[in-house]
Design a protein around this ligand. Structure first.
Ligand code: NAD
Ligand code: WQD
Length: 341
């Protein structure tokens, strides 16, 4: 059993990962400033697992507080989800993104150094591959960011690599960088899920809100890409598969200190129209759509080669697009207004 601090644990991916951690008998402490989430998700995690979670409302940039927390709870491992993630917002407010995502991670690393927490799993993103020359994408592809959000992830990856190089001779530190593709879906209970503020930026939450009648139709951003049907292709991954990937990544660090980088994706891409059709099937609803201009910064195709995660972590995604849509729909239809329902 480990004592694990989950930063950003009230959020979408952190809450689903907390469920898996608790089901595997770990002690979980959630630290979240609730800037993009609700405490209700933590209560739901406790209900689903029948286990206690210590919830602490606070900010990762408060280094002294973080150090005290890590020491007081004798935390050995940190899963670091806390961060801001909206690409468009990052273009408008770059300083806020660098402060939260980069400075926040620096505070966390210093607090870890000042305590005995030595394993860190970091939420990175396939966005660090920029516009890849080919697909599928392996971890050794060149990196490059196209917006401040992506740049903040890349900067943290570089900081983590430099930091690990400096401390690796201690034989104590394990750092795992997980590059998520497009997380979607929800826990099978439909009790926790993605709860975006305002109008969703991402495809699956947008489709869900059209299906439930909150939005009139989906705008499909571009139908002239060089893809099967002209719409953008992405590697959607079920959030529960993603959550399980974190447990495997942590076990990998516990087997021996190292710095590791892994893609977490399914290896299969679906177009916008294919995703919409899959959601129609799962929900039994007709989802209206209109073709619209390409969204600035979007790329045609992005999907993972997930072989390294299988080989080194023994992890691969189990759920396909049908199940992703069924679970997303269960959450959306049970809780049309998310955690405020
Ligand atoms: P989310 O917004 O639901 O969760 C992030 C959580 O972090 C929120 O609960 C928020 O309140 C909290 N938080 C933000 N800044 C904080 C701070 N300074 N101190 C304490 N708490 C803070 O987002 P998510 O989808 O669960 O994403 C989790 C992580 O995964 C993020 O780092 C994100 O960049 C990364 N990621 C997400 C996706 C995706 O599509 N969802 C893809 C790739 C990577
Ligand atoms: C998917 C496809 C759109 C909305 C983003 C971030 C990335 C990562 C995951 C955090 C694209 C199309 C979308 C809509 C549409 N997040 N679309 N109409 O852009 O692949 O990735 O989330 O790390 O960094 O950039 O995901 O869900 O926004 O878009 O046609 O209303 O759906 O053009 O082809 P994306 P997405």
């Amino acid at each position: 059993m480990s004592t694990i601090l989950v930063t950003g644990g009230a959020g979408y991916i952190g809450s689903h990962t907390s469920v898996e951690l608790l089901n595997a008998d770990n002690k979980v402490i959630v630290l979240d400033n609730l800037s993009n989430s609700s405490k209700v998700s933590v209560a739901a995690v406790q209900r689903l697992t029948n286990r206690d979670v210590e919830f602490i409302e606070g900010d990762i940039r408060n280094e002294d507080f973080l150090t005290d927390l890590l020491r007081a709870h004798k935390v050995d491992s940190v899963l670091h989800f806390a961060g801001l993630k909206a690409v468009g917002e990052s273009v408008a407010q770059p300083l806020r993104y660098y402060d939260n995502n980069v400075q926040g991670t620096m505070c966390l690393l210093r607090a870890m150094q000042a305590s005995s927490a030595r394993n860190l799993v970091f939420s990175s993103s396939a966005t660090v591959y920029g516009d890849p020359a080919t697909v599928p994408i392996t971890e050794d592809f060149p990196t490059g960011a196209t917006n401040p959000y992506g740049q903040s992830k890349l900067m943290v990856e570089e900081i983590l690599q430099d930091f690990h190089a400096a401390v690796k001779d201690t034989g104590e530190w394990g750092i795992s960088i997980l590059r998520y593709f497009n997380p979607v879906g929800a826990h099978i209970s439909g009790q926790i899920g993605e709860d975006p503020n305002g109008i969703p930026n991402n495809l699956m939450p947008y489709i869900s809100q059209v299906a439930v009648g909150k939005l009139p139709y989906l705008s499909v951003f571009g139908n002239d890409y060089a893809t099967r049907d002209g719409t953008g292709v992405r590697d959607y991954i079920h959030v529960v598969d993603l959550a399980k990937g974190h447990l495997r990544a942590l076990e990998n660090l516990q087997r021996g200190p190292k710095l590791a980088i892994h893609n977490l994706g399914t290896g299969t891409g679906y177009s916008v129209l294919e995703t919409l059709k899959a959601f129609e099937q799962a929900s039994g609803k007709t989802i209206d759509y209109q073709f619209a201009q390409r969204r600035p910064g979007d790329i045609a195709e992005c999907y993972a080669n997930p072989e390294r995660a299988l080989k080194e972590l023994g992890w691969q995604a189990e759920f396909g697009i049908e199940r992703m849509c069924e679970d997303a729909w269960r959450w959306q239809s049970q809780y049309p207004d998310g955690f405020a329902s």
